[in-house]
Design a protein around this ligand. Sequence first.
Ligand code: ADP
Ligand code: MG
Length: 272
Amino acid sequence: MSSAPEPGDGRPGAAPEAPDSPPALEIDDLHVAVGEREILHGLGLAVAPGELHVLMGPNGSGKSTLANALLANPTYTVTSGAIRLHGDDVTALSTDQRAARGMFLGFQHPEAIPGVSVLNFLRQALAVRKGIPDLSVLEVRLSVMDWTARLGMDDAFLSRYLNEGFSGGEKKRNEVLQMALMEPEVAVLDETDSGLDVDALRVVAHGVQTVRDTRPHMGILLITHYQRILDHLAPDAVHVLLDGRIVASGGVELAETLEAEGFDAFRAGAAA
Ligand code: ADP
Ligand code: MG
Protein backbone atom coordinates (compact mmCIF):
# COMPACT_ATOMS: atom_id res chain seq x y z
CA MET A 1 0.00 0.00 0.00
CA SER A 2 3.06 2.25 0.03
CA SER A 3 2.20 4.19 -3.13
CA ALA A 4 -1.37 4.95 -2.04
CA PRO A 5 -2.16 8.23 -0.31
CA GLU A 6 -3.74 8.12 3.15
CA PRO A 7 -7.52 7.87 2.89
CA GLY A 8 -9.72 10.65 4.14
CA ASP A 9 -8.00 13.64 5.61
CA GLY A 10 -5.75 15.89 3.64
CA ARG A 11 -6.34 14.35 0.24
CA PRO A 12 -5.31 17.05 -2.23
CA GLY A 13 -8.23 18.44 -4.13
CA ALA A 14 -10.91 17.17 -1.73
CA ALA A 15 -13.86 19.49 -2.21
CA PRO A 16 -14.80 21.62 0.75
CA GLU A 17 -18.46 20.83 1.31
CA ALA A 18 -21.02 22.40 3.58
CA PRO A 19 -21.72 20.00 6.45
CA ASP A 20 -25.33 19.64 5.38
CA SER A 21 -24.68 19.01 1.67
CA PRO A 22 -26.42 15.80 0.57
CA PRO A 23 -24.42 12.76 -0.55
CA ALA A 24 -23.37 12.64 -4.20
CA LEU A 25 -24.91 9.16 -4.26
CA GLU A 26 -27.28 7.78 -1.66
CA ILE A 27 -28.66 4.26 -1.80
CA ASP A 28 -31.39 3.98 0.79
CA ASP A 29 -32.76 0.60 1.94
CA LEU A 30 -32.77 -0.68 -1.63
CA HIS A 31 -34.61 -3.91 -2.38
CA VAL A 32 -34.08 -5.30 -5.87
CA ALA A 33 -35.73 -8.33 -7.43
CA VAL A 34 -35.29 -10.28 -10.64
CA GLY A 35 -38.72 -11.67 -11.41
CA GLU A 36 -40.13 -13.00 -8.15
CA ARG A 37 -36.76 -13.42 -6.47
CA GLU A 38 -35.41 -10.68 -4.23
CA ILE A 39 -31.63 -10.35 -4.63
CA LEU A 40 -30.78 -7.20 -2.70
CA HIS A 41 -32.46 -7.10 0.71
CA GLY A 42 -32.26 -3.50 1.85
CA LEU A 43 -28.89 -2.14 0.78
CA GLY A 44 -27.82 1.27 2.05
CA LEU A 45 -24.75 3.45 1.63
CA ALA A 46 -23.98 7.11 1.06
CA VAL A 47 -21.03 8.46 -0.93
CA ALA A 48 -20.27 12.07 -0.03
CA PRO A 49 -18.96 14.41 -2.73
CA GLY A 50 -15.31 13.67 -3.40
CA GLU A 51 -15.36 10.26 -1.73
CA LEU A 52 -14.33 6.90 -3.13
CA HIS A 53 -16.25 3.96 -1.69
CA VAL A 54 -15.50 0.35 -2.43
CA LEU A 55 -18.14 -2.36 -2.33
CA MET A 56 -16.63 -5.83 -2.09
CA GLY A 57 -18.40 -9.15 -2.28
CA PRO A 58 -17.87 -12.71 -3.48
CA ASN A 59 -19.41 -14.09 -6.66
CA GLY A 60 -23.20 -14.13 -6.48
CA SER A 61 -23.44 -11.64 -3.61
CA GLY A 62 -25.37 -9.14 -5.73
CA LYS A 63 -22.71 -6.67 -6.91
CA SER A 64 -23.78 -6.64 -10.54
CA THR A 65 -27.42 -6.59 -9.48
CA LEU A 66 -26.71 -3.32 -7.71
CA ALA A 67 -24.87 -1.95 -10.76
CA ASN A 68 -27.80 -2.95 -12.99
CA ALA A 69 -30.34 -1.37 -10.63
CA LEU A 70 -28.27 1.83 -10.64
CA LEU A 71 -28.22 1.65 -14.44
CA ALA A 72 -32.05 1.31 -14.48
CA ASN A 73 -31.82 -2.00 -16.32
CA PRO A 74 -35.50 -3.03 -16.55
CA THR A 75 -34.71 -6.69 -15.71
CA TYR A 76 -33.87 -5.52 -12.18
CA THR A 77 -36.92 -4.22 -10.33
CA VAL A 78 -36.50 -1.86 -7.42
CA THR A 79 -39.32 -3.07 -5.16
CA SER A 80 -38.64 -0.56 -2.38
CA GLY A 81 -36.06 1.95 -1.26
CA ALA A 82 -34.51 4.85 -3.14
CA ILE A 83 -31.53 5.99 -5.19
CA ARG A 84 -30.65 9.67 -4.77
CA LEU A 85 -28.19 11.92 -6.57
CA HIS A 86 -27.32 15.02 -4.55
CA GLY A 87 -30.52 14.49 -2.59
CA ASP A 88 -32.78 14.13 -5.66
CA ASP A 89 -34.68 10.87 -5.95
CA VAL A 90 -33.81 9.32 -9.32
CA THR A 91 -35.30 5.88 -8.62
CA ALA A 92 -38.04 6.34 -11.21
CA LEU A 93 -35.77 7.86 -13.88
CA SER A 94 -34.54 6.09 -17.01
CA THR A 95 -30.93 5.29 -17.80
CA ASP A 96 -30.61 8.37 -20.05
CA GLN A 97 -32.24 10.66 -17.50
CA ARG A 98 -29.81 9.46 -14.85
CA ALA A 99 -26.90 9.93 -17.25
CA ALA A 100 -28.07 13.47 -17.98
CA ARG A 101 -27.93 14.16 -14.25
CA GLY A 102 -24.35 13.01 -14.10
CA MET A 103 -24.52 9.36 -13.18
CA PHE A 104 -21.91 7.29 -15.01
CA LEU A 105 -21.81 3.50 -15.04
CA GLY A 106 -18.85 1.51 -16.22
CA PHE A 107 -19.84 -1.93 -17.34
CA GLN A 108 -18.46 -5.20 -16.11
CA HIS A 109 -18.44 -6.72 -19.57
CA PRO A 110 -18.67 -3.90 -22.11
CA GLU A 111 -20.20 -5.20 -25.29
CA ALA A 112 -18.68 -4.90 -28.71
CA ILE A 113 -20.86 -2.77 -30.94
CA PRO A 114 -20.14 -3.69 -34.56
CA GLY A 115 -19.79 -0.70 -36.85
CA VAL A 116 -19.76 1.90 -34.07
CA SER A 117 -16.40 3.56 -33.68
CA VAL A 118 -15.16 4.59 -30.26
CA LEU A 119 -15.42 8.21 -31.34
CA ASN A 120 -19.03 7.89 -32.47
CA PHE A 121 -19.99 6.05 -29.33
CA LEU A 122 -18.50 8.79 -27.20
CA ARG A 123 -20.27 11.42 -29.29
CA GLN A 124 -23.66 9.78 -28.66
CA ALA A 125 -22.99 9.35 -24.95
CA LEU A 126 -21.84 12.97 -24.64
CA ALA A 127 -24.96 14.18 -26.43
CA VAL A 128 -27.09 12.48 -23.76
CA ARG A 129 -25.02 13.85 -20.91
CA LYS A 130 -24.92 17.41 -22.22
CA GLY A 131 -28.42 17.43 -23.68
CA ILE A 132 -27.03 18.65 -27.01
CA PRO A 133 -28.15 16.31 -29.83
CA ASP A 134 -25.85 17.66 -32.55
CA LEU A 135 -22.37 17.80 -31.07
CA SER A 136 -19.94 18.11 -33.94
CA VAL A 137 -17.47 15.31 -34.57
CA LEU A 138 -14.66 17.86 -34.44
CA GLU A 139 -15.77 19.20 -31.08
CA VAL A 140 -15.95 15.69 -29.65
CA ARG A 141 -12.62 14.69 -31.20
CA LEU A 142 -10.89 17.66 -29.61
CA SER A 143 -12.10 16.92 -26.10
CA VAL A 144 -11.43 13.22 -26.58
CA MET A 145 -7.87 13.92 -27.73
CA ASP A 146 -7.27 16.12 -24.73
CA TRP A 147 -8.19 13.16 -22.52
CA THR A 148 -6.39 10.44 -24.48
CA ALA A 149 -3.24 12.50 -24.01
CA ARG A 150 -3.82 12.91 -20.28
CA LEU A 151 -4.55 9.21 -19.89
CA GLY A 152 -1.60 8.16 -22.03
CA MET A 153 -3.74 6.55 -24.73
CA ASP A 154 -3.14 6.22 -28.45
CA ASP A 155 -5.55 8.25 -30.66
CA ALA A 156 -5.60 5.49 -33.28
CA PHE A 157 -7.89 3.78 -30.82
CA LEU A 158 -10.66 6.26 -31.59
CA SER A 159 -11.35 5.04 -35.11
CA ARG A 160 -11.52 1.39 -34.04
CA TYR A 161 -14.89 -0.23 -33.49
CA LEU A 162 -16.12 -0.23 -29.94
CA ASN A 163 -14.59 -3.11 -27.98
CA GLU A 164 -14.07 -5.25 -31.09
CA GLY A 165 -10.82 -7.06 -30.52
CA PHE A 166 -9.99 -4.88 -27.54
CA SER A 167 -7.90 -6.49 -24.85
CA GLY A 168 -9.26 -6.43 -21.30
CA GLY A 169 -6.93 -3.53 -20.55
CA GLU A 170 -8.06 -1.58 -23.62
CA LYS A 171 -11.74 -1.98 -22.72
CA LYS A 172 -11.09 -0.67 -19.26
CA ARG A 173 -9.02 2.26 -20.52
CA ASN A 174 -11.91 3.05 -22.83
CA GLU A 175 -14.23 3.08 -19.83
CA VAL A 176 -11.95 5.45 -17.99
CA LEU A 177 -11.90 7.67 -21.09
CA GLN A 178 -15.70 7.63 -21.21
CA MET A 179 -15.87 8.49 -17.53
CA ALA A 180 -13.51 11.43 -18.01
CA LEU A 181 -15.53 12.82 -20.92
CA MET A 182 -18.92 12.47 -19.28
CA GLU A 183 -17.83 14.73 -16.42
CA PRO A 184 -19.94 12.73 -13.99
CA GLU A 185 -21.17 13.71 -10.54
CA VAL A 186 -21.09 10.05 -9.57
CA ALA A 187 -19.30 7.15 -11.20
CA VAL A 188 -20.16 3.53 -10.49
CA LEU A 189 -17.52 1.13 -11.73
CA ASP A 190 -18.37 -2.57 -11.66
CA GLU A 191 -15.36 -4.86 -11.34
CA THR A 192 -13.16 -2.46 -13.22
CA ASP A 193 -10.18 -4.51 -12.08
CA SER A 194 -11.44 -7.93 -13.18
CA GLY A 195 -9.43 -9.71 -15.82
CA LEU A 196 -6.65 -7.14 -15.75
CA ASP A 197 -2.98 -7.90 -15.44
CA VAL A 198 -0.95 -5.93 -12.93
CA ASP A 199 0.20 -3.29 -15.44
CA ALA A 200 -3.29 -2.72 -16.84
CA LEU A 201 -4.65 -2.47 -13.32
CA ARG A 202 -2.13 0.23 -12.48
CA VAL A 203 -3.04 2.15 -15.64
CA VAL A 204 -6.75 1.98 -14.86
CA ALA A 205 -6.27 2.97 -11.22
CA HIS A 206 -4.09 5.86 -12.34
CA GLY A 207 -6.75 6.88 -14.88
CA VAL A 208 -9.45 6.85 -12.21
CA GLN A 209 -7.24 8.98 -9.97
CA THR A 210 -6.49 11.41 -12.82
CA VAL A 211 -10.21 11.92 -13.40
CA ARG A 212 -10.76 12.33 -9.66
CA ASP A 213 -8.06 14.99 -9.50
CA THR A 214 -9.82 17.07 -12.16
CA ARG A 215 -13.29 16.50 -10.66
CA PRO A 216 -12.64 16.63 -6.92
CA HIS A 217 -16.33 16.67 -6.00
CA MET A 218 -17.11 13.51 -7.98
CA GLY A 219 -18.25 10.53 -5.90
CA ILE A 220 -17.12 7.04 -6.89
CA LEU A 221 -18.53 3.65 -6.01
CA LEU A 222 -16.09 0.97 -7.07
CA ILE A 223 -17.60 -2.52 -7.07
CA THR A 224 -15.13 -5.36 -6.94
CA HIS A 225 -14.42 -8.92 -5.97
CA TYR A 226 -10.74 -8.24 -5.34
CA GLN A 227 -8.88 -5.95 -3.01
CA ARG A 228 -5.86 -5.59 -5.29
CA ILE A 229 -6.95 -2.32 -6.96
CA LEU A 230 -6.78 -0.83 -3.45
CA ASP A 231 -3.01 -1.05 -3.73
CA HIS A 232 -3.36 1.89 -6.13
CA LEU A 233 -6.45 3.76 -4.94
CA ALA A 234 -7.18 4.84 -1.37
CA PRO A 235 -10.86 4.46 -0.48
CA ASP A 236 -12.71 6.61 2.04
CA ALA A 237 -14.94 3.66 2.94
CA VAL A 238 -15.19 -0.07 2.30
CA HIS A 239 -18.46 -2.04 2.38
CA VAL A 240 -18.73 -5.82 2.40
CA LEU A 241 -21.69 -7.34 0.56
CA LEU A 242 -22.84 -10.88 1.34
CA ASP A 243 -26.03 -12.46 0.03
CA GLY A 244 -27.61 -9.15 -0.92
CA ARG A 245 -26.84 -7.35 2.34
CA ILE A 246 -24.04 -5.06 3.50
CA VAL A 247 -22.64 -6.92 6.50
CA ALA A 248 -19.80 -4.54 7.34
CA SER A 249 -18.84 -0.94 6.54
CA GLY A 250 -15.64 0.71 7.62
CA GLY A 251 -12.24 1.83 6.49
CA VAL A 252 -9.49 0.20 4.48
CA GLU A 253 -8.87 -2.21 7.38
CA LEU A 254 -11.92 -4.15 6.17
CA ALA A 255 -10.13 -4.81 2.89
CA GLU A 256 -7.09 -5.95 4.86
CA THR A 257 -9.24 -8.37 6.86
CA LEU A 258 -10.64 -9.66 3.59
CA GLU A 259 -7.21 -10.16 2.14
CA ALA A 260 -6.06 -12.05 5.24
CA GLU A 261 -9.18 -14.07 6.06
CA GLY A 262 -11.43 -13.95 3.01
CA PHE A 263 -15.17 -13.36 3.01
CA ASP A 264 -15.62 -16.14 5.60
CA ALA A 265 -14.53 -13.70 8.30
CA PHE A 266 -17.65 -11.69 7.53
CA ARG A 267 -19.89 -14.73 7.11
CA ALA A 268 -19.09 -15.72 10.70
CA GLY A 269 -19.74 -12.14 11.80
CA ALA A 270 -23.03 -12.02 9.95
CA ALA A 271 -24.22 -15.24 11.58
CA ALA A 272 -23.26 -14.17 15.11
P1 ADP B 1 -22.14 -10.71 -8.33
O1 ADP B 1 -22.01 -9.63 -9.35
O2 ADP B 1 -21.83 -10.27 -6.94
O3 ADP B 1 -21.37 -11.94 -8.70
P2 ADP B 1 -24.89 -10.92 -9.24
O4 ADP B 1 -25.58 -9.66 -8.90
O5 ADP B 1 -24.47 -11.14 -10.64
O6 ADP B 1 -23.68 -11.17 -8.23
O7 ADP B 1 -25.85 -12.13 -8.83
C1 ADP B 1 -26.50 -12.22 -7.55
C2 ADP B 1 -27.60 -13.25 -7.63
O8 ADP B 1 -28.63 -12.76 -8.45
C3 ADP B 1 -27.16 -14.57 -8.23
O9 ADP B 1 -27.82 -15.61 -7.55
C4 ADP B 1 -27.63 -14.48 -9.65
O10 ADP B 1 -27.92 -15.75 -10.18
C5 ADP B 1 -28.88 -13.63 -9.52
N1 ADP B 1 -29.11 -12.86 -10.74
C6 ADP B 1 -28.46 -11.74 -11.11
N2 ADP B 1 -28.89 -11.30 -12.29
C7 ADP B 1 -29.84 -12.16 -12.70
C8 ADP B 1 -30.68 -12.26 -13.85
N3 ADP B 1 -30.61 -11.36 -14.83
N4 ADP B 1 -31.55 -13.30 -13.91
C9 ADP B 1 -31.61 -14.20 -12.92
N5 ADP B 1 -30.86 -14.17 -11.82
C10 ADP B 1 -29.98 -13.16 -11.70
MG1 MG C 1 -20.77 -9.33 -11.00
